[in-house]
Design a protein around this ligand. Structure first.
Ligand code: FES
Length: 619
């Protein structure tokens, strides 16, 4: 936080100190529980009830900062413990910066909490079996494989060539005591000795802008390490359309984009393995959730048909893949699970997100909005699930915004404007350098609120503001031909200031109008009034950090009570974790393909009129 900045307290900083692990500092929207914040950021907190307040296992100690005692805390802790800061993490919404000690896990979980409070019974596709075999003799000349399969007679498996290559050496190195590694029905490796306690997988969220990886301990369902990086394909274009165009214009572009996807996934895999103290050969499966374009490109499949009408995918799902097919160098026999897609613009990432947020298992009317360059929208009412995609463009990522930047140190992520002052929340301990997506949304919402931006999105002239908002009029300036509102001065030159320009406002209007048109059309299709939505889930690496109040004020989401708007985290990545932890959840993801009806926006005759209606800010 900069010294002069006033904290709007929309986002809070949590320092987690896991017992025996590396401390981690994370930022989450105010009101998120310690349990969710830990879960989103790959920090293991004990639980057997999935965050529902019944198991009393999610004990953490708040050592700095205030977290009020919840109604359930006195049932779990004595008075002294409460005074020492002990709280149930799932009952502890955070409203200010805190430091929290996380004790080690005491239970060996049979289930893991993933996604939006989803509890997943552990049934990973990766299994390990330690067996002690009798050595071959002249009287018993069964093959090595026959010997091994006889000991695994409850499993129907076929052997991968890579496992056969390791089999003779592993048997003879360890007196015929080996661990068989099976993924689904394939024997993928044979390891000397008993390694059954160690089996890992990596869940990837392959986003157009950001790629994230979580290393999961498949025996316990707990995350071992999390990391992310910008998608290195950015130079080919900020969104999927420009990347598809790149492959149409240059015959070498697809190869280069595929190579970039592979090196990115491989680098993240290597980073999480190092951070989690796991050998890459102990990773036996990866799961990946990505939109159709990212998935096609990562597999080296021409994405051109996705970019031109009638927008057709090469395949809805891709089975029988190895991690090596995606350039990920882990165990050579490691398999790869890719989420199936619903349509060219509602890809595996949205299926993963719908799975993680339980859109198929809730009776309420729920709207799910994964805010990003290509914004995915799902509306469900307990019986029907409708989905669509809205091309929101890169404004939310801070791209094409004059002072835009990604959510990195120096980015203004929160803005509040009063009659005569501007309060900024800045990432990191540095001065404001630029404006990231959540800061942009906050700034526009605040300018609308104080009347410096009218409903059509026009910034007020300085001379008019001098009468109506004299405390702020000095911040309305000209930079070149453009009217701007200065958020933070840097030196005397207005061009060096951090500001929001008239064009930035227009960019945001186009983005929010595309999204609002999407959910309004889905509501019309379902025959409901948007005001009837009982829960709005804001998801994605950007959406989760949006202020619900600002999202309502600019009309990005329906005008429901902010209490009904929930930050859902990176649900695509959470879905990928669920797929690694449970073959049942994979089946549920495939069932979603049958349940969800995709609504194409581009051929709707009323799309343009509705889009224009949504450009204005609600008055
Ligand atoms: S997770 Fe079970 S009580 Fe909190």
């Amino acid at each position: 936080m900069t010294p002069d900045a006033l904290p709007p307290a929309e986002r809070v900083k949590i320092s987690f100190e896991p017992d025996g692990g590396q401390p981690r500092e994370v930022r989450v929207p105010a009101g998120v529980t310690l349990f969710d914040a830990a879960s989103w950021n790959g920090i293991a907190v004990d639980s057997t009830c999935g965050g529902h307040g019944t198991c009393r296992k999610c004990r953490v100690r708040v050592v700095d900062g205030e977290v009020p005692v919840s109604r359930l805390d006195p049932r779990a802790f004595g008075l002294d413990e409460l005074r020492l800061g002990w709280r149930l993490a799932c009952m502890a919404p955070v409203r200010g910066d805190v430091r929290v000690e996380v004790p080690p896990l005491v239970t060996r979980p049979k289930a893991a909490t993933v996604g939006v409070g989803r509890q997943v019974i552990l049934r990973p596709a990766v299994q390990k079996r330690y067996v002690e075999l009798t050595e071959a003799t002249l009287a018993d000349q069964r093959t090595d494989l026959e010997r091994l399969l006889a000991a695994l007679d409850d499993l129907e498996v076929r052997a991968d060539l890579r496992a056969l290559r390791n089999l003779p050496g592993a048997l003879r190195q360890s007196d015929f005591r080996v661990t068989a590694v099976v993924v689904d029905d394939v024997l993928v490796d044979v390891e000397p000795g008993d390694t059954s306690a160690r089996r890992f997988g990596i869940a990837f969220d392959l986003g157009t802008t950001t790629v994230a990886a979580t290393l999961l301990d498949l025996a316990t369902g707990t995350p071992a390490a999390v990391t992310s990086m910008l998608n290195p394909q950015q130079p080919f274009g900020g969104d999927v359309i420009t990347r598809i165009s790149a492959t149409m214009l240059d015959p070498d572009a697809l190869g280069r984009l595929t190579a970039l996807a592979h090196s990115c996934l491989d680098q993240l895999a290597s980073e999480v393995c190092t951070a989690g103290a796991v050998e890459p050969h102990e990773v036996y499966e990866i799961a990946l959730a990505g939109n159709a374009t990212m998935t096609h490109i990562a597999l080296g499949i021409d994405p051109e048909p996705l970019g031109v009408a009638p927008f057709v995918m090469t395949s809805r799902s891709f089975d029988g893949l190895l991690a090596a097919d995606l350039g990920v160098t882990v165990n050579p026999g490691a398999r790869a699970y890719l989420f199936p897609a619903l349509g060219a613009y509602v890809g595996g990432d949205i299926v993963a997100g719908a799975l993680a947020s339980g859109m198929d298992r809730d009776k309420r009317i729920r709207l799910f909005v994964d805010v990003g360059t290509n914004c995915e929208i799902v509306l469900a009412d307990g019986d029907r699930i409708l989905a669509t995609a809205a091309p929101a463009g890169p404004a939310f990522e801070g791209a094409q915004i004059r002072c835009g930047m990604r959510a990195a140190p120096g980015a203004i992520e929160g803005v509040k404007i009063s009659d005569d002052d501007v309060a900024l929340q800045v990432i990191g301990d540095v001065g404001p350098v630029g404006l990231c997506g959540s800061g942009l949304v906050d700034a526009v919402a605040a300018l609308v609120q104080v009347g410096l931006l009218d409903a059509s999105g026009r910034l007020m002239a300085a001379d008019v503001a001098a009468v109506t908002a004299p405390g702020l009029a000095g911040r309305l300036r000209q930079v070149g031909e453009e009217r701007v509102f200065v958020l933070h001065e840097r030196g005397d030159d207005p061009a060096d200031a951090v500001y929001i320009s008239q064009r930035d406002v227009r960019e945001l209007q186009f983005a929010k109008a595309a999204i609002a048109t999407g959910w309004r059309l889905l509501a019309a299709e379902m025959g409901i009034d948007p005001a009837d939505v009982q829960q709005v889930l804001l998801a994605g690496s950007f959406g989760s950090y949006l202020s619900p109040a600002s999202a309502v004020r600019i009309g990005l989401v329906p005008g429901v009570s902010v209490l009904r708007i929930v930050s859902a985290g990176n649900v695509a990545g959470e879905g990928a974790k669920m797929a690694l932890l449970s073959v049942r959840e994979r089946a549920a993801a495939h069932a979603l393909l049958e349940e969800v009806r995709y609504v194409e926006l581009s051929d709707r005759p009323d799309f343009n009129d509705r889009f224009i209606d949504q450009l204005a800010f609600p008055s």
